[in-house]
Design a binder for this molecule. Sequence first.
Ligand SMILES: *Cc1c(COP(=O)(O)O)cnc(C)c1O
Length: 440
Amino acid sequence: MSTIPRMFPAGVTYGATLPTDGGCACAAAARAASLATPPAPPAADGLFGPYGGQYVPEHIKPVLDELAATFERYHADPDFLAELEYYLTRYSGRQTPLFLCANLTARLGGAKIYLKREDLNHLGAHKVNNTIGQILLAKRMGKKKVIAETGAGQHGVATAATAALMGMQCTIHMGAEDMERQKLNVFRMRMMGAEVVPAMSGQRTLKEAVDEALAAWLGDAENTFYLLGSAVGPHPYPRIVRHFQSVIGREARAQMLEAEGRLPDCAVACVGGGSNAIGLFAEFIPDASVRLIGVEPAGRGLTYGDHAATLCMGTPGVMHGFHSYMLKDEAGEPAAVYSISAGLDYPGVGPEHSHLKDIGRAEYASVTDAEALDAFFTLSRTEGIIPALESSHALAHAMKLAPAMGRDAIILVNLSGRGDKDVAQVEEMVSAGLVTPPSL
Ligand SMILES: *Cc1c(COP(=O)(O)O)cnc(C)c1O
């Protein structure tokens, strides 16, 4: 396998903040300037530039500090790494392949499109990379129970599975409304031994589930581990989730060098909370030649309530214990958000993405429901791979970029999950005449 030296241009420090252009796609000038930036791993204090941190009540800090200390102690420990590797390999089936979409590439007539096949993980998405990692930390901390919240149920299912695997008690908090909409995921979690607790207050969706899960956790923090599902929340969670998801980029970088003898021109991933994207990006941040592109859901369009394009449309603020870009309503509370894909409709985003946007090291674009659906059908038809609706956003953006790039160019797309979970939803839309599959 060939290796290519990384570029570490001297200049501004990684933490320096460049002025932003305020739009979705960061200005090329800002990008070029920021590339003169020696990257560094995220700070141990949990700050990514001005973002991240711990905006939590005093009494929660010691619990988070204990978790941070455990992570620092074990994340590079050989026994811990051996155990992590064992489960990633034998349980989840890593490493996941890198696949060249020859048919799709030929059809678009431009850059080669490669997929990092995170959809081939156990449970059908990247989420298990993180749940395995965190549950091994929980074991090291002597915890007997794990607790998590879930919206659409994907994180709940991954948490329930890894808890079953490790013989730990598992409680999943889920909005009563979401439980009704996601009956099969509730059944899956219960099959794997989890207790699913309905959140009955307020809108009875994810926000209420988070509140109730936090309350339950703090009621018994001594025995309970809070397993967070994305690169969000107070320090140290964004750092921990980034670490466990960075296996995606590490594998993809090496696989790309083996397949092509060079790095991709673009690395593209969808952004909900931002865990699969940061997992892909982390390993490429030092590679100044690789454009990092996060794709957010533009839903029905970029008007209030119709999308969840946090980095494209939001402003910095504090939510759920951390400082980052967020979408707010008029009262400054988390905005109502919408996307066709349940995994992307979150009004906040991981703090490192906010920093990468400000310094111009990553760009963020948005893709509508209709464009994502088109990519969903196109990949199914051209390659026989049904992508998750979340991942379809990343693919849709790659499909926009590819034709304008030369045939030597390479786009790497993170296929964060498989679309089996979405097939019934799309079938209903097609039957109701709301969507017409493109004639292929
Ligand atoms: C949950 C989920 C996402 C969104 O979460 P991130 O933390 O932004 O990665 C994306 N794709 C799939 C398949 C998911 O299940």
